[in-house]
Design a protein around this ligand. Structure first.
Ligand SMILES: Cc1ncc(COP(=O)(O)O)c(C=O)c1O
Length: 445
């Protein structure tokens, strides 16, 4: 039996084509806009991902709460939540109010405003070891600056990442294993980038020791649990202790990217598991969907960021008051303990329902749960990124996404699992599970 069980590949393709034809037929206005847009935007979209991740990128009109509505009038419960950036929901009144209030008093001066102090104080409360914070416009940029900081602090060049990682669209972040060798995962990167990156396996302590042994690694950058490209890979017992011990022994900076995992609680997975990184990076939902990234460092590293030391950080719109005002609202009015409890309970309900559907369908897949997020691997529980990579199935994922869209659910990106956004309720989870269960029946009957 393959990891996918005995699924009929022709049936997957046939179902996909039928669903896509139905989807297209009901969206004439989207098709019209895509055709018009193609004259001035490659793929008919303002960014390639909107096309590469979707069989048919719907043009959207508006969003409210847990849902958004396309230009043809179809609504979707948003379980992608823009890959977690919209975890607070669409047009949340607290975010709208904060942005409206700030924008009338202007949005950048290249000078500090009080909102940024409030954000830094709140993030330092959530991540007590990270006493000092800097702001960017995205998590990618927060990770880029973390790499520069670690290089400046250690005088070393190499960045260590784990197979299956994703930390953003910067050079080092786009290197991963291909047939066991580090290689750029996309075109357009500099040829020398692979020499500046080392890839190990998450949960493999021996491999980690070997990779750090030559004392040339400036930074280990990882999510506390891997949540990208490979659905979900949790840490095994003892892994984080070992990671901390070895990085400290070898003089390597340890950074946790909480961009996705911060949705599990006030202090993200770092707080949940009592972890002790040198740097925490964050973005996406931290400002309720307004562009912002941030990184917090320990006191020792904060000294390296003194402007007289001239580490290559900064950007003209970084640290702007609009993003900060949105972040104050997101962190103090939306992402409060009750919101984490609510979404974690619904995430559990989602995972239970996925479990039940898999059992009833007799499929040898396994589910996972992580706070507000759930999902399935197309096979047994993986240990490493390599195991998880072996189970990806683009055809099946494309079918899942278009099937769900036809039933009013915007499914997570390929390689990710559905996430319950803050404004969602039990009825939204029920709707997801009904559509998901119907798909498994269609696949196996
Ligand atoms: C863990 C993690 N870090 C960083 C990023 C980059 O975020 P952005 O594209 O907003 O810069 C992502 C995006 O998916 C992510 O999942």
């Amino acid at each position: 039996m393959t990891a996918l069980g005995d699924l009929d590949r022709d049936r997957i393709r046939e179902l996909h084509d039928t669903e896509l034809a139905w989807f297209r037929a009901e969206r004439p206005r989207t098709l019209e806009l895509l055709a018009r847009a193609a004259a001035h935007m490659p793929n008919g979209t303002p960014m390639t991902w909107m096309a590469s991740d979707n069989d048919l990128p719907v043009y959207v009109d508006h969003g409210t709460g847990a849902s958004f509505t396309d230009v043809d009038g179809h609504s979707y419960v948003d379980f992608n939540a823009s890959d977690i950036a919209m975890f607070c929901g669409h047009a949340h009144p607290a975010i709208v109010r904060a942005v409206q209030e700030r924008v009338t008093r202007s949005t950048q001066f290249l000078l500090p405003t009080e909102e940024s102090v409030r954000v830094a104080e709140e993030l330092a409360r959530r991540y007590p070891r990270q006493t000092h914070w800097q702001f960017t416009l995205s998590a990618s940029q927060a990770n880029t600056e973390t790499i520069r900081l670690a290089r400046a602090a250690t005088g070393r060049d190499v960045v260590l990442l784990f197979e299956g990682h994703y930390h953003g669209h910067f050079e080092e972040g786009l290197v991963d294993l291909d047939d066991g060798r580090a290689a750029p995962v996309q075109r357009g990167l500099s040829k020398g980038v692979t020499g500046r990156v080392r890839i190990s396996q998450f949960n493999d302590a021996e491999g980690l020791r070997a990779a750090l042994g030559s004392d040339d690694v400036a930074l280990v950058l990882t999510e506390p649990a891997l949540t990208n490209n490979i659905h979900f890979l949790p840490p095994e017992p003892g892994w984080h202790d070992e990671l901390r011990r070895v990085t400290r022994e070898r003089g390597t900076v340890l950074a946790f990217d909480e961009t996705h995992t911060h949705i599990v609680g006030e202090g993200g997975a770092t707080g949940l598991w009592g972890l002790d990184p040198d740097v925490v990076t964050i973005g996406k939902a931290v400002a309720g969907g307004i562009p912002m990234g941030a990184y917090g460092v320990s006191v020792a590293l904060a000294g390296e960021l003194d402007h007289t030391k001239d580490v290559a950080t900064g950007g003209t719109l970084f640290g702007n008051p609009l993003s900060a005002a949105a972040a104050v609202a997101a962190l103090t009015e939306v992402l409060v303990p009750a919101a984490y409890e609510h979404t974690t309970a619904l995430g559990g309900m989602l995972a239970d329902g996925i479990d039940a559907a898999l059992r009833d369908a007799g499929l040898p897949w396994t589910s996972y749960r992580f706070g507000p997020r759930a999902g399935q691997w197309y096979g047994p529980h993986p240990r490493t990124g390599a195991d998880a990579h072996a189970m990806t199935d683009p055809e099946l994922t494309r079918l899942l996404r278009i099937w769900m869209a036809n039933r009013g659910i915007w499914e997570a990106l390929p390689g990710a699992g559905p996430t319950v956004p803050v404004p969602a309720g039990e009825a939204d989870v029920d709707r997801y599970l009904t559509a998901y269960t119907q798909l498994l029946v269609a696949l196996t009957s």
